[in-house]
Design a protein. Structure first.
Length: 267
């Protein structure tokens, strides 16, 4: 028993060293990539007009930041993505509760959800523009269309996979369907929902960018398309880099929420 605390401390120290080592190698990989990219552009191994370089992107970012252009594009894309993500999350939970509460409803609509989920969402974007017009609403709906059908199917499968013995226990104690939902189904699926949300936040960003490619006058998707049309390839690559950073930041935000929830239920 006296060795337990020291063994536990050793384990935590090993875990901390492992995390630091992983972080170090992650930083090393990106630093090596940027150095190689800059070196290749400087010595003419690659055409820096086509492939740009880290230094060119840095000065391009400074110029766009001074003019306020890049800030506007980031705000628009970020707002559209967050609105799309929140709507997807809310509609998913409501739709899955409806499917779970009535078996005939789920049997009727599940095949259509599978079909809609398999459709290429980029093909829907032009139709959405015709139906809804070229505005922010169309872009938000496009972002939602990429994530919502798969999200509903995945969460619904999570609802069905809950241990039936736990459900029978609630029913034996006199609980109704509402009690089963609130006391068993939803708590059991919160980790699953958070995992789905981590995927959805990236999918919504992809959908928003697709919408901005086709119908927008602002946003990073518009900046990328405009830059490619006028051969400002620094704008194109800078837009892609910023989209990667936004995706990583949004994903980490969901991860922090997940960690907070896991600490809460374990404490």
């Amino acid at each position: 028993m006296s060795d337990f605390p020291s063994t536990q401390e050793q384990f935590f120290r090993r875990q901390k060293r492992h995390r630091r080592r992983v972080l170090f190698f992650r930083i090393l990989v990106i630093a090596a990539f940027l150095l190689l990219w800059e070196t290749a552009a400087h010595f003419g191994w690659i055409d820096d007009f086509i492939f740009s370089s880290p230094s060119r992107l840095f000065f391009c970012l400074i110029d766009l930041a001074k003019s306020g252009v890049i800030g506007q594009h980031i705000r628009v894309t970020l707002l559209e993505t967050i609105v799309s993500f929140l709507l997807v999350s809310g509609i998913t939970v409501l739709a899955v509760i409806l499917l779970w509460s009535d078996k005939s409803v789920s049997e009727t609509f599940e095949p259509y959800l599978v079909i809609l989920n398999s459709l290429p969402k980029s093909a829907l974007a032009p139709l959405l523009i015709v139906w809804l017009g070229a505005n922010y609403r169309t872009i938000i709906v496009t972002g939602m269309s990429v994530a919502i059908f798969g999200s509903i199917l995945n969460l619904y499968q999570g609802f069905l996979s809950v241990d039936p013995d736990r459900i029978r226990l609630i029913e034996t104690l006199g609980g109704n369907r509402k009690n089963v939902l609130t006391k068993v189904i939803l708590p059991a699926n919160l980790p699953n929902l958070l995992s789905i949300m981590k995927v959805n936040v990236g999918l919504c960003l992809v959908g928003v960018v697709i919408g901005e490619f086709i119908s927008s006058r602002a946003g990073l998707g518009y900046m990328i398309i405009y830059g490619s049309q006028v051969f400002k390839l620094d704008w194109v690559i800078l837009g892609i880099v910023i989209l990667c950073l936004i995706a990583m930041a949004l994903y980490q935000a969901i991860v922090l929420i997940e960690k907070w929830y896991l600490r809460r239920i374990s404490g």
